[in-house]
Design a protein around this ligand. Sequence first.
Ligand code: IPM
Ligand code: MG
Length: 333
Amino acid sequence: MLDKIAEKFGHEFSYDEALIGHAAIEATGEALPEESLQKMKNSDAVLFGAVGHPKYDNDPSAKVRPEQGLLKMRKELGLYANLRPIKLFDELLDASSIKPEILKGADILFFRELTGDIYFGEKGRKNNGDTAFDNAEYSKYEVERIARKAFDAAMTRNKKVCSVDKANVLETSRLWREVVQQVAKEYPEVQVEHQFVDAVAMLLIKDPKRFDVVVTANLFGDILTDEASQIAGSMGMLASASIGDGTGVYEPIHGSAHDITGKGLANPMASVLSAALLLDISFGLKEESNAIISAVDAVLKAGFRTGDIADASTPKDKILGTDAIGEEILNRL
Ligand code: IPM
Ligand code: MG
């Protein structure tokens, strides 16, 4: 896809490849080898595959796990803001399990904090291993910087921010709310609401159109964006951008789906759309980015689907595998 863009718009991209996750563990024993990290740091942007392997999911005692590579990468590259745009291509209105009239027009931009919270706090066992704990921590500056990113984005959209927390129970959430309220004062034009995470889980399905920009903590954001992927029809459609102060990382929100490995069933659109986000955010190549999005749109308009976004009305010959639908996108580009 990027080669095609280079050819069409007269750019030259240079690529490097680096191992992470299961493949890196097999090759080096580490989930994120130093060599990979250096390659990432030396690049302008990272296009990321996915990590995870069932071997580790079923072995809670595994010391080295693929996901550690992902988390270490986020921490080391300072990727504190994870942007997950949720927007339904009109052609997929019927692919979602949510009623079309509820979905039509929904357009949400999630800002998930990515380097703090229960993901990165102290964790361990006590009482001879019979008790486990994961510590959730946030400091003011961590909340402030993600809140600013969300408000800045809201200024370029519908000027609405929904901050999601659990301030009725959690101290980290009370700090979160305090800081977001402070930051909000710098953006008098933006309409702000504070909602509890349980209520948002319900509202996303009930009335997704009420949201514009949503900003939330790491764990809540992880859960809510999987839920919100159904607003976009499928996990296979959602791209994300992780940004901080240096190299940005672009990746589908889905995992590695080993149950369909090698079957050619995976929907490549989330990856393709991640490349579009990369061109836009890291390189400022808006036209090039839009060309990719339009090509995906055109393929959907032509009626082509992968299995995850097909429905009962999709003709059998329009259901394509991973490579074939990739070709269709390329052709339109
Ligand atoms: C995501 C994923 C990761 C996360 C996993 C693979 C560790 O679910 O990027 O949303 O929980 O952040
Ligand atoms: Mg997730």
